[in-house]
Design a protein around this ligand. Structure first.
Ligand code: NAP
Length: 433
């Protein structure tokens, strides 16, 4: 391709992100030409109903037929901003098979079909870029793909869902109950009308699958990431955690254990002075640990039409800039093929709040139930007295299988009046670090 060449794009979807990509490319055309040596423009836009009036792009660009884009030989890049797995998968597959480069923001698609699509792009000697699929405007994929090659990366901790971070921040800041904080998030536009994929951790799991695959050069799919959401985090846990100098976050954790990997999402407690503890509201952050880099944190807006569009445009620019050396950064995808490290063998520290009868010997009975499984209490605080007494405990690091057995045993004690719901404490321990 000649440097002065015109690059034509087929845009799939003209919603929140798509319309902002169109206007950013228009506004930044001169800047982009300076950076890439090419004039980049959107030639065709796929929507469901092309007859509807739409602000921004001229009406003649819109089509309701994907074939118009696929069969246009002048279009070399397809930007997929439809979302969901179907028909996005068919469209992206067809575009790659035709040798077109693809840019997408679609985490659902990549966390389910990423491995297949990366390989297809490689086979067809073209590119697939997906910066906007994780953490909005934060350039985390680029950093993981390009800047961490020699970092000896061992673990990734991510606050990758803005909705849940907003809710937990509100609960902590105002003492609000979970349902009230969720209603506020919806009212202020930080949560969808149906926020279930955010709340139950699935959205974060999809993003962690993508991050782990890229960082550790292995195939991690959505189904490989166990997740626990924030539905059961109570304002009492948040208040007691604060008393202990800890903050609650919905954390994605991907850790390398020599040649095995473990990726999960769960509510976790972090020391208040941990960099991730101060990431508040709808912000996202990704915290990387590696032998050669010690610790690096990237943070910023995790969503929003314009923020996400800026990541999409940066991918388009990279695709154009790399047009002489296509391929998935020229190394084979998932070349390591790591095995999964089982959850039960992970060493974790747990926090636990228990409602108990306030009687002599209760603590001894509980400590003995845990002790039988080799689980020892690091600290314990009693809150309240009488029928509503609560024990707030933090345990020494222990293999999760042992802790699960201890919880089951303790849960059978008559003096315990609530279902034990432990929360992991993260930040300064554990294998893989
Ligand atoms: N919004 C954000 O802040 C954000 C942040 C990060 C990532 N993302 C990702 O970005 C992508 C786009 O999100 P969005 O918020 O821009 O979505 P959106 O506002 O719902 O827009 C979707 C667009 O795709 C078109 N579309 C949907 N199904 C189609 C089909 N079957 N055939 C043709 N066109 C179809 C729609 O056409 P009509 O206009 O005719 O309905 C609409 O223009 C998603 O993968 C999302 O996960 C979004």
């Amino acid at each position: 391709m000649e440097p002065s060449e015109k690059i034509n794009i087929g845009l799939l979807g003209y919603g929140t992100v798509g319309s902002n990509v169109y206007s950013l490319l228009e506004e930044q055309a001169a800047e982009i030409k300076k950076a890439t040596g090419a004039s980049i423009s959107i030639n065709k836009i796929l929507v469901r109903d092309p007859s509807l009036p739409r602000a921004g792009a001229p009406p003649e660009l819109f089509t309701g037929n994907f074939e118009d884009i696929l069969n246009d030989a002048a279009i070399s890049i397809v930007v997929e901003l439809i979302g969901g797995t179907e028909p996005a998968f068919d469209f992206v597959t067809a575009a790659l098979e035709h040798g077109k480069a693809v840019v997408t923001a679609n985490k659902q698609l990549l966390s389910r079909q990423g491995f297949y699509l990366f390989r297809l792009a490689q086979d067809k000697k073209t590119q697939i870029s997906f910066e906007a699929s994780v953490a909005g405007a934060i350039p985390v994929i680029k950093v993981l793909r390009e800047s961490m090659v020699a970092a000896g990366l061992k673990s990734i901790y991510g606050i990758v869902n803005g909705t849940t971070n907003f809710i937990l921040t509100e609960m902590s800041r105002t003492g609000a109950r979970y349902h009230d904080a969720l209603a506020r998030a919806q009212e202020w536009g930080y949560a969808e009308a149906d926020p279930s994929e955010d709340i139950n951790g699935k959205d974060a799991a999809a993003k962690m699958a993508i991050l782990a695959s890229i960082a550790f050069h292995t195939n991690v799919g959505l189904d490989d990431v166990a997740c626990t959401g924030i539905e059961n985090v109570s304002r009492l846990d948040i208040a007691y955690a604060r008393d202990l100098g800890l903050a609650v976050k919905l954390l994605g954790v991907a850790r390398l254990y020599q040649d095995r990997i473990n990726v999960r999402v769960y509510p976790a407690l972090l020391k208040q002075d941990h960099p991730l503890a101060s990431v508040s509201g709808a912000y996202n952050a990704v915290f990387l640990k590696g032998a050669a880099i010690d610790e690096i944190m990237l943070s910023g807006p995790g969503a929003g039409g314009m923020e996400t569009a800026s990541a999409v445009v940066s991918d388009i620019v990279s695709v154009v800039a790399r047009r002489e050396s296509p391929g998935f950064l020229e190394y084979p995808v998932a070349y390591r093929g790591l095995e999964f490290f089982p959850d039960e063998e992970v060493v974790s520290t747990f926090y636990l709040r228990l409602e108990v009868e306030d009687e002599p010997g209760v603590l001894a009975a509980i400590a003995s139930a845990f002790g039988k499984h080799g689980v020892s209490i690091q600290s314990v605080i009693q809150k309240g007295r009488g029928a509503r007494a609560e024990l707030v405990m933090v345990f020494h690091p222990v293999k999760e299988a042992r802790f699960a057995a201890a919880i089951e045993e303790a849960g059978r004690l008559e003096v315990i009046k609530s279902t034990p719901r432990p929360i992991r404490v993260e930040g300064n321990h554990g294998g893989g670090e």
